[in-house]
Design a protein around this ligand. Structure first.
Ligand code: HEM
Length: 488
């Protein structure tokens, strides 16, 4: 009753709830996309719900994505939301623990380092890491077996990313202490830490110890590299060591170390969840896994020569697998911003007040039948433009005709009007997209050469989604049956 009587007519409708602080926290937390779609039916594209006492305004659809992700710096702010969670994990003076203009410079350092030459050097590293992983992993002994595949993908992702981005010295330490330390750092990323990030709880103590230890490991390596005077590696550590801020200052060692932690953590959850979904989808569609293998034989030659960066462009289905999996399983389901001053919503009477949080959910437009025929069907071939299920109005963000803007880390599309934005848009857009694509395409192409997968029960089903952490991922155990290919 109170919700109806005291509703401000200039604010979006409020999702009905019984308890003031709790609001819709539980329904949202169990299945955010389901919650958004149900609310959309009742309230339209723009509505407010209560998330742990905070008025959270969701704006769905392509206009909502643009309104939030391309919001002006004076209107919206990411660091006010995320810094409590990220600063204890990454460390001081990087990402959200610094002014936005500094983050833009830090993103540019990384973007500039991820050149075609760098990617060319990464493909053989990834192939070797994946091949050796399956040789030594106890889950893959013998000719066939059953494995909980998300766990394997988490390991493959961290080995490949650390080796490519941080160099061999760092990668080698993942067989020893670094894996456990990163696990402890990860504990700082649980949603409860939005509230309890400061508390002297056992997992926060382990997080703080891990942060200091990992940062020291990186700083020691930086020091050794400086002393040895070696140059020439393609990894990000070297690049950061040789970069300068616009004011001419070199990047301090502790900032390099903290940026390295941030990059590995940012990529780990999203890429390993996507990799796991790809493998699960392939197990549910062995015919497509076989087609991927045949695509390699057809386009690279029957002897399957060692995979190169250039080969990836010759494997369109291999690329489409990643695109289609990200359409249905984008790991970041909610992108939040604090509102800094009242924001009128164009074309409506609504003004979003500055005590609200804004929430964009591009995954909702990526499964909207308005743009994607049979949206719930995982069909990688829909990305062939002549396919009957091809998206109706997907405007590719990298299209040349699209107007571009530079927020300080290189040109990105000005608008966020595409219904397909798994890597976000605007000033906080992902800088790891190309790396993630190279990493995932190489992992898939290598796995397809070695194995055939199917569901344990032979069905076409896939497991549900676990939304309990900040990044969505497959519900575990997510077992698949694997069988070695005769040629492998
Ligand atoms: C930002 C998705 C892999 C580094 C983002 C954002 C999304 C995203 C949606 C925007 C967040 C926001 O607007 O608040 C993904 C997906 C990935 C992936 C789906 C893999 C499939 C990576 C990798 C790296 C990385 C491998 C590092 C090498 C970053 C960074 C940002 C970012 C530094 C910028 C954060 C900011 O400016 O606030 N990513 N990402 N990502 N991502 Fe990724």
């Amino acid at each position: 009753m109170k919700q109806v009587l005291f509703k401000n007519p200039n604010e979006p409708p409020v999702v009905f709830h019984w308890f003031p602080f709790l609001g819709s926290t539980i329904t949202y937390g169990i299945d955010p996309p389901r919650f958004f779609k149900d609310c959309r039916k009742k309230y339209g594209d723009c509505f407010t719900f209560i998330l742990l006492g905070k008025k959270t305004t969701v704006y769905l659809g392509t206009q909502g994505n643009d309104f939030i992700l391309n919001g002006k710096l004076r209107d919206v702010c990411a660091e006010d939301i995320y810094t409590v969670l990220t600063t204890p994990v990454f460390g001081k003076d990087v990402v959200y623990d610094c002014p936005n203009s500094k983050l833009m410079e830090q993103k540019k350092f990384v973007k500039v380092a991820l050149t075609t030459e760098a990617f060319r050097s990464y493909v053989p590293i990834i192939v070797d890491e994946v091949t050796n992983y399956f040789k030594r992993c106890p889950d893959f002994k013998g000719q066939s077996g059953i494995t909980n595949i998300p766990r394997n993908l988490a390991q493959i992702t961290i080995f490949t990313a650390s080796h490519c981005l941080q160099g061999k010295e760092v990668r080698d330490q993942f067989d020893e202490s670094l894996a456990d330390l990163y696990h402890d750092l990860d504990m700082g990323f649980t949603p409860i830490n939005f509230i309890l990030h400061w508390a002297p709880l056992p997992w926060n103590k382990r997080r703080d110890h891990a942060q200091q230890t990992v940062a020291k490991i990186y700083m020691d390596i930086i020091k050794r590299r400086r002393e040895s005077g070696e140059t020439g590696a393609q990894d990000i550590m070297w690049h950061l060591m040789n970069s300068k801020y616009k004011d001419g200052r070199p990047i301090p060692d502790h900032e390099i170390a903290h940026m390295l932690i941030a990059l590995l953590m940012a990529g780990q959850h999203s890429s390993s969840s996507t990799g796991a979904w790809i493998m699960l989808r392939l197990a549910s569609r062995p015919d497509i896994m076989e087609e991927l293998y045949q695509e390699q034989i057809r386009n690279l030659g029957p002897d399957l020569p060692p995979l190169t960066y250039e080969d990836l462009a010759k494997l369109p289905l291999n690329q489409a697998i990643i695109k289609e999996t990200l359409r249905l399983h984008a790991p970041i389901h909610s992108i939040m911003r604090a509102v800094k001053q009242p924001m009128p919503v164009p074309g409506t009477k609504w003004v979003i007040p500055n005590d609200h949080v804004l929430l964009a959910a591009p995954g909702v437009s990526a499964s909207d039948p308005e743009y994607f025929p049979e949206p719930d069907l995982w069909e990688p071939r829909r990305w062939d433009k002549d396919h009957p299920l091809a998206p109706t109005i997907v405007r590719n963000q990298t299209d040349e005709e699209e107007e571009k803007i530079d927020y300080g880390y290189g040109l990105v599309s000005k608008g966020a009007h595409s219904p397909y934005l798994p890597f976000g848009a605007g000033r906080h857009r992902c800088i790891g997209e190309q790396f993630a694509n190279v990493q995932l395409q190489t992992i898939v192409a290598t796995v397809v050469r070695m194995f055939k997968f199917r569901n344990v029960d032979g069905s076409n089903n896939v497991v549900g989604t676990d939304y309990s952490s900040l990044f969505s991922r497959p519900l575990e155990p997510a077992n698949i049956y694997w069988e070695r290919r005769e040629k492998a």
